[in-house]
Design a protein around this ligand. Structure first.
Ligand code: 2P0
Length: 326
């Protein structure tokens, strides 16, 4: 069967950075994210006797062998569950520019999990889909759901409880996020390498794990009460702790460029003028500004003045992964 699915990217408000089990890709801490309407991946999967191996076409071009093997390894999990030996043709497209430095593994593996499971004849619950997507990429477990999503680290050795749950759907609180692209360069150190090195070498890692519990609690509380200041403060706290871990790894990992730093100062300057805006930054140099819709144009206009920004993408809460007509 040929199946097509769409899944949206997400950005963490409380970050995932570190694993409790590498083989099953189990996170060491929970995380909380917002799924984004404007950024998504559309993936079609067809299993058949035809291909001699899994074939991946990404944005119209045959993927490199490394990405193809990663997809194939992921499909092995589905083949094992479905009891099939057939290989698949996978066609995947991101609606956001690749090379824009936006992580596509979350939307990519969430869309692949849903499309491939369905194409293989599996009818998985959202929790089991989230567990499956996690094996592809930790952040993908969150993209199964829309709106505000919490990833649970779980306690079971088999990882069946390390799944995401929806806290509130995409209509609950219409926040906005401005994504400021500061560089199109490929990042030097990927998330997996970065978090593993941080866990192995940063003296602050145990404190990161221990303090995440309070951050998750405070973020859940901020979202449920729609307390923007608390949401923003906890989001920045978690983000800067994550980057502090990366900086305190050996050798140190620095994801920011000088424009990233300039924009952090600019957002702090806006706050001093009474404009509510907070930053979050992932494993790269792009800045995401969390804001309320009534301030987003004012914030965009102020930040646009800073030279060197390549692109600004305005995003809002979006839905979970779903099957679509081809
Ligand atoms: C997050 N990131 O919570 C954190 C913050 C990046 C920075 O999840 O190793 O690509 O494949 O499970 O999902 C990116 O990490 O890592 C990520 P793996 P993934 O969004």
């Amino acid at each position: 069967m040929k199946t097509t699915a769409i899944a949206h990217a997400n950005i963490a408000l409380v970050k995932y950075w570190g694993k409790r089990d590498a083989a099953l890709n189990l996170p060491a801490t929970g995380s909380i994210s917002l799924t984004l309407k404007e950024l998504f991946t559309k993936t079609t999967v067809e299993f058949s006797d035809d291909p001699a191996q899994d074939e991946l076409t990404l944005n119209g071009e045959r993927a490199n062998p490394k990405d193809e093997q990663r997809a194939g390894k992921f499909l092995n999990l589905i083949r094992a569950q479905a009891g099939t030996g057939q290989f698949a043709r996978i066609t995947s497209e991101n609606n956001f520019p690749t090379g824009a430095g936006l992580a596509s593994s979350a939307s990519g593996f969430a869309a692949l999990a849903l499309a491939a499971a369905h194409a293989a004849g599996l009818n998985l619950s959202p929790a089991r889909l989230s567990e499956l997507a996690r094996r592809g990429s930790g952040s993908a477990a969150r993209s199964i759901f829309g709106g505000f999503v919490e990833m649970k680290p779980g306690v079971l050795p088999d990882g069946s409880d390390a799944v995401a749950v929806q806290l509130h759907d995409e209509t609950f609180w219409p926040l906005e996020m401005l994504i400021l692209i500061t560089s199109a360069a490929e990042k030097e150190i990927g998330s997996t390498t970065g978090m593993n090195r941080s866990a192995e070498t940063s003296p602050y890692y145990p404190a990161w794990v221990a303090s995440s519990v309070a951050d998750l609690e405070a973020m859940r509380d901020a979202i449920s009460r729609k307390d923007f200041q608390q949401l923003g403060e906890i989001a920045e706290f978690s983000c800067f702790k994550m980057h502090g871990l990366a900086l305190s790894a050996r050798p140190a990992i620095l994801y920011w460029n000088s424009l990233t730093v300039e924009l952090i100062h600019a957002v702090r300057g806006l706050r001093q003028k009474g404009i509510p805006a907070y930053v979050t930054i992932d494993a790269g140099p792009q800045i995401k500004v969390i804001c309320l819709p009534e301030y987003s144009e004012q914030i965009r206009a102020a930040l646009e003045q800073i030279s060197g920004i390549r692109q600004i993408i305005k995003t809002s809460p979006g839905p979970g992964a779903r099957l679509v007509e081809d």
